[in-house]
Design a protein around this ligand. Structure first.
Ligand SMILES: Nc1ncnc2c1ncn2[C@@H]1O[C@H](COP(=O)(O)OP(=O)(O)OP(=O)(O)O)[C@@H](O)[C@H]1O
Length: 229
């Protein structure tokens, strides 16, 4: 069974004369372990689709089965259950400024009451080491570079070993070298842990990390092409 199985999803913002159709009959299948990049022009509906698949926005038309649960017309508790199995990475890393790198990553484990405080710190430290920040555990975001902050965000998204990682423009605020480094780390960790990634980007420099690139234009998926390598 596909990890993400979308059929005929449409979505509009607003009502009446302000109604704007943003997604038009979208179909999308993503298998377990795949790294899929979703690209396309600004305003084509990429973030809207990502937030629907992440259980952050409710769609009412079509079908979107994510991690085995139907999200279209779903109850909030279904979406919450799915959200708990997803790691999110955003353009702005969304780290908490007063907290250290270690504390930011530990926060992602706070819902898991099977872990003791020591185990959380151990796992967070291990994951920060994996992203190359073993020497920066006690630094706060303002003491880190943009690329290092995004690596903390990657560690935070992956520390709970999510089945699915959704990333929205994760390299948009990074230079070429740190953007590429960040997504390569993300790819390596996803492959190590068997996670599936759906990543929205305009950044053609990172298309080569994908197993598959799909394009959204004016709310509709255009035919799939192989990633340029
Ligand atoms: N909350 C909202 N209310 C009304 N319209 C919205 C809302 N969010 C997005 N839109 C509109 O929906 C369309 C699609 O937006 P979306 O953010 O999904 O596109 P995108 O492809 O991710 O764009 P970008 O690449 O610029 O981030 C845009 O025209 C946008 O202005």
């Amino acid at each position: 069974m596909a990890l993400v199985d979308v059929k005929g999803v449409s979505f509009a913002y607003g009502v009446g004369e302000f109604r704007r159709q943003v997604l038009k009959n979208v179909d999308l299948l993503i298998d377990r372990g795949e790294i899929v990049i979703l690209t396309g022009p600004s305003g084509s509906g990429k973030t809207t689709l990502l937030t629907i698949l992440g259980g952050l926005r409710l769609a009412v038309t079509g079908s979107a089965v994510v991690l085995g649960r139907e999200l279209v017309n779903s109850d909030e508790n279904v979406r919450m259950g799915v959200r708990r199995q997803i790691g999110y990475i955003f353009q702005q890393h969304n780290l908490f400024w007063p907290l250290t790198a270690m504390e930011n990553v530990c926060m992602a484990l706070e819902l898991d009451d099977r872990l003791s405080e020591d185990e959380r710190r151990q796992r967070a430290g291990d994951m920060l080491t994996e992203v190359g920040l073993a020497d920066h555990l006690d630094r706060r975001p303002k003491q880190l570079s943009g690329g290092q902050r995004q690596r903390v965000a990657i560690a935070r998204a992956l520390v709970s070993r999510p089945t699915l990682v959704l990333a929205d423009e994760p390299t948009a605020s990074l230079d070429k070298a740190s953007g590429h480094e960040a997504v390569n780390i993300l790819k390596r960790l996803a492959k190590d842990y068997g996670a599936t990634i759906l990543l929205v980007t305009h950044d053609y420099r990172i298309l080569d990390i994908a197993d598959r690139v799909i394009t959204l234009e004016d709310g509709a998926i255009t035919p799939t092409r192989a990633p340029s390598s």
